[in-house]
Design a protein around this ligand. Structure first.
Ligand code: FAD
Length: 398
């Protein structure tokens, strides 16, 4: 016999738990089925263990989706202030790091505990270590699930299985599989918020600089992000690169401004006035990390004979250097993939979902929320805000 509920939620991550507590508060009988041995594993590892749980500046413009309008309704109805209010009520201390990013002072465990406590208070049950084997749509409405913990039925089924990023944390493609089973289109998925890899000459020229970090403005496809870049053994990372990686596609031109926010020619001319006798290759280290400046001189500026004193550089030469510093071209060969990606781009096509309830337009009672949907946020708390907002929308509708 199947145990009957009002709402079954597959996936006990950020979106699933928010959905469960929202539906539970409305008096619904809710059961969360989680295949891992505990819920909220990604929350636990997020933000370096301190969970960047929202961004106070979150707007629809901070999300990638084939339909950029889809996320608007849910984000407007559950805002960062709503989540902050919940966090404050649970006396979880937090701070703003930069750019509206809010982190726990102490530990992301507090966020998971808060969500689990809220589920318990709302009467929503959680089954961990539960493998869903089969999902059936029942004639006349509703769903029946066959799992390793028995059979369950409900009028509403919420798919909150997340994306493909970090398989070792419980990620699976099950949400996409279910979407296809019910006739939904799944847009091609790819890794986002992920380090980019370099090969060939670019890698040879930079790999021994692994660990060097510098502020840049990374540009690709009319998008730009100003923040730090970190050189790694395999390529480039750091917040500016992770952000631009969600827009970068193989073959795309990637450009880096190595002196973001300043006029490179002016800075070089100032340097020339201040240190006319200094060798150019040494003086450049006043504008950039020393080893990086040296490598630029050895590889990208060798034709300008950077061992010359600065006073010997004429205006056209300084302009050449300025142009390179403001528009440094880098050819990425790929990304590090789902193993290290923070998010999965693409997913369940939003055209077939209601933007106010997250409900399927094809199968009544079926909902998709969180990262499994084709909505992906920037780095900085935006992805959790989408998980909370979409979970809240479905939880109130299911
Ligand atoms: C290392 C890392 C750090 C991050 N840091 C941040 C951050 O600080 N701020 C931010 O906003 N975002 C961050 N993110 C992104 C954020 O974690 C995700 O966008 C968010 O967790 C998505 O919520 P979700 O509920 O859709 O998916 P998830 O939180 O991934 O939850 C999906 C759940 O479904 C379960 N599941 C999967 N398949 C099945 C199945 N077949 N049966 C049952 N259960 C299943 C999974 O085990 C998991 O518990 C980070 C991501 C990573 C990988």
């Amino acid at each position: 016999m199947a145990h009957s509920h009002d709402v079954l939620v597959i996936g006990g991550g950020a979106a699933g738990l928010m959905c469960a507590l929202s539906a539970g508060r409305l008096g619904k009988r809710v059961l969360v089925l989680e295949h891992a041995n505990r819920v909220g594993k990604k929350i636990l590892m997020s933000g370096g263990g301190r969970c960047n749980f929202t961004n106070t500046g979150a707007t629809p413009a901070n999300y990638l989706s084939a339909n950029p309008h889809y996320c608007k309704s849910a984000l407007a109805r559950y805002t960062p202030a709503d989540f902050i209010e919940l966090v404050d009520r649970h006396r979880i201390a937090w701070h703003e790091k930069e750019l509206g990013q809010l982190f726990c002072d102490d530990s992301s465990k507090q966020i998971v505990k808060m969500l689990v406590d809220q589920c318990a208070a709302a009467g929503a049950r959680i089954e961990t270590g539960c493998q869903v084997e089969r999902v059936q749509h029942v004639d006349g409405g509703g769903f029946r699930l066959h799992t390793s913990h028995g059979s369950f039925s409900a009028a509403s089924l919420v798919v909150a299985c997340g994306g493909l990023s970090i398989p070792s944390m419980g990620a699976s493609g099950y949400g996409y599989e279910l979407a296809r089973q019910f006739g939904h289109r799944v847009l091609p998925t790819r890794a986002g918020l992920v380090p980019l890899t370099l090969t060939g000459k670019h890698q040879e020229n930079l790999q021994d600089l692994s660990g060097v970090a510098l502020p840049v403005e990374a540009r690709c496809r009319d998008m730009y992000f100003r923040n730090f870049m970190l050189l790694t053994h395999r390529g480039i990372s750091g917040p500016a690169i992770l952000q631009i990686s969600s827009y970068w596609q193989p073959g795309d031109d990637l450009r880096l401004d190595l002196l973001p926010g300043s006029d490179a020619l002016e800075r070089l001319q100032e340097l020339q006035r201040a240190r006319p006798a200094a060798e150019f290759r040494n003086a450049l280290a006043e504008l950039l990390p020393k080893r990086f400046a040296q490598r630029l001189c050895e590889v990208w500026l060798a034709h300008l004979r950077p061992q010359r004193p600065l006073r010997q550089f004429n205006l056209p030469e300084l302009k050449q250097v300025a142009s390179l510093l403001q528009n440094w071209p880098l050819v990425a060969s790929g990304t590090e993939g789902y193993r290290t990606a923070e998010v999965t781009l693409g997913g369940v096509d939003t055209d077939e979902l209601s933007s106010s309830t997250m409900q399927s337009k094809k199968v009544p009672g079926l909902y998709f929320i969180g990262e499994v949907v084709d909505v992906s946020g920037w780095l900085g708390g935006y992805n959790f805000q989408w998980a909370w907002a979409s979970g809240h929308a479905a939880g109130n509708a299911a």
